[in-house]
Design a protein around this ligand. Structure first.
Ligand SMILES: [Fe+2]
Length: 217
């Protein structure tokens, strides 16, 4: 029997990425059909791909109250969020997935959050709330939108909208992201243009304020 092929693609000599592989090796190769185990309770994907941990020190310039940020870095530099990915690579035409877990907390009154990014190749993305209570902040340079994210909520990010996730609850907030592998991630865009609004802890609730406003006392 001839090897499996699709058009001009010869799949005989391709193999599945394995944990520990350098995924850049697959940047121009498709991955085969595969099963990816999504463990909702554990917030993991299996087989697992790259993992990323963001500590407070990685979030320089993002919290409005820079003195509070420096104090938090000096006081143990806590993990703010982590990202686990599947083996599907960030490559054009692929459809990677990742689970992000943001720890509960606030710095200078501002809820803990992801760095936020813009996709340089403007493409859409979906987030699915898994556990905890969070929100999806989106900014297109003019308008700001907020989507409450609870387990089962799908937040849709249209092309051209920068986005950030925020944990507004008292427990870890996790969500699944599915996005076009060729979209890219531009974190500098947020440092330059912001995300329209900031998300503040207020009593037991949430308050929004101007992104570049002076830090509240
Ligand atoms: Fe994104």
């Amino acid at each position: 029997m001839s090897p499996v092929s699709t058009g001009t693609l010869d799949l005989q000599h391709r193999r599945c990425p394995e944990p520990g592989d350098d995924l850049s090796d697959y940047s121009v190769l498709p991955v085969p059909p595969m099963s990816i185990r999504f463990d909702q309770a554990a917030g993991t994907l299996s087989p697992a791909g790259p993992e990323l941990t963001r500590r407070m020190s990685d979030l320089e310039g993002l919290f409005l109250d820079q003195n509070a940020w420096r104090t938090a870095v000096a006081d143990g530099d806590p993990i703010v969020y982590s990202v686990v990915s599947s083996l599907v690579p960030e490559a054009d035409r692929e459809l990677p997935q990742s689970i992000t877990t943001i720890q509960p907390g606030s710095t200078g009154g501002e809820f803990w959050m992801t760095k936020g990014h813009q996709h340089p190749n403007h493409q859409g993305e979906i987030y699915l709330g898994i556990s905890g209570r969070g929100g999806l902040l989106m900014f297109d340079g003019t308008d700001t939108r907020w989507v409450d994210m609870t387990p089962g909520t799908i937040g849709y990010i249209p092309p051209g909208w920068a986005h950030r996730s925020v944990n507004v609850g008292g427990k870890p907030y996790s969500f699944l992201a599915v996005y076009p592998g060729g979209a890219g991630h531009d974190y500098g865009w947020v440092l330059e243009y912001g995300l329209g609004q900031r998300v503040w802890r207020q009593d037991d609730g949430v308050a929004f304020g101007g992104y570049f406003a002076e830090a509240s006392s």
